[in-house]
Design a protein around this ligand. Structure first.
Ligand SMILES: Nc1ncnc2c1ncn2[C@@H]1O[C@H](COP(=O)(O)OP(=O)(O)OP(=O)(O)O)[C@@H](O)[C@H]1O
Length: 259
């Protein structure tokens, strides 16, 4: 069953067409990566799906139903988001931040239930931050904040998770861990990623954006070639399978005259 489908989505911002006729699918259990250079429209597309931006044309379907027909609470029960910027204006404890993930599941004025506490604690544990539960969120490092924002999305128990460069700020161990945690959820995931090696390692399917349009899509091994990297990013590289890991290893060549 298709969980999330975009049909011919176009978005205009400040008189510029930033997303052009994008169609894509995130099937249940599939980890789908959005790759492309800076400014290619990845965040705008994600923001359109989580309803911060209205598309100029096209349709977004969740479980076959137009996203527009869901109330914001209804769509928040199904769609979890880990964004790029995690500034909060008020100070909350780590535990309070993660409990916010339970909000869409509660009725108006309904008190927190024991079950909600247990789900939030389990989510904090999953990201390895249990000893931080009572710390103030604003005092955390960038990477620690990112892990708590993931925990909040996990506490939401979404059916589809949207991630905008989720590995920003994380050291390499936590980059690998975060993607492994997300992959193990077995839900549909759509993630904007810059690191092509990580994208190849974790994604079942990649969509390559350039100038707001989908240039190509497919399984990482089928589409990630030196020719594509050259065309999209204007740099040269070698791509080989690492015999020890079975993963693609990408080695970039220095930009001419800059090493
Ligand atoms: N409010 C806005 N008004 C005008 N242009 C905008 C607006 N927001 C974004 N853009 C432009 O839209 C384009 C796509 O931006 P977007 O943030 O979606 O790219 P991205 O692929 O996520 O980039 P990055 O990899 O740098 O995060 C950029 O050229 C950006 O300057």
């Amino acid at each position: 069953m298709v969980n999330l489908a975009l049909k011919n989505i176009s978005v205009e911002l400040g008189r510029q067409q930033v997303v052009k006729d994008v169609s894509l699918e995130v099937k249940q259990g599939n980890f789908v990566g959005l790759i492309g250079p800076n400014g290619s429209g990845k965040s705008t597309l994600l923001r359109t799906i989580y309803r911060v931006i209205k598309p100029g044309s096209g349709a977004i379907l969740l479980d076959g139903r137009s996203l527009q027909s869901f109330s914001l609470t209804e769509s928040a029960k199904k769609l979890g988001v880990v964004g790029q910027f995690n500034q909060v204006n008020f100070d909350f404890s780590v535990f309070e931040m993660v409990m916010m993930g339970r909000t869409p599941h509660k009725g108006m004025l309904e008190a927190d239930r024991q079950e909600d506490y247990a789900i939030a604690l389990a989510a904090i544990k999953t990201v390895g931050m249990e000893s931080y539960a009572h710390r103030s969120f604003s005092t955390l490092s960038g990477g620690e904040k990112q892990r708590i924002i993931l925990a909040r999305a996990l506490a939401q128990q979404p059916q589809v998770l949207l991630l905008d460069e989720p590995t920003n700020h994380l050291d390499i161990k936590y980059q690998l861990e975060l993607l492994a945690i997300v992959k193990a959820l077995g839900i549909g995931v759509l993630a904007a990623l810059h690191d092509l090696s990580l994208a190849a390692m974790y994604c079942d399917q990649l969509y390559v954006l350039k100038g707001g349009a989908v240039m190509t899509s497919g399984k990482p091994r089928q589409i990630l070639t030196p020719g594509l990297v050259r065309e999209v990013y204007e740099i040269d590289c070698d791509i080989k399978e690492n015999p020890a890991t079975g993963c693609l290893a990408i080695t970039y060549y220095p930009v001419c005259g800059q090493v």
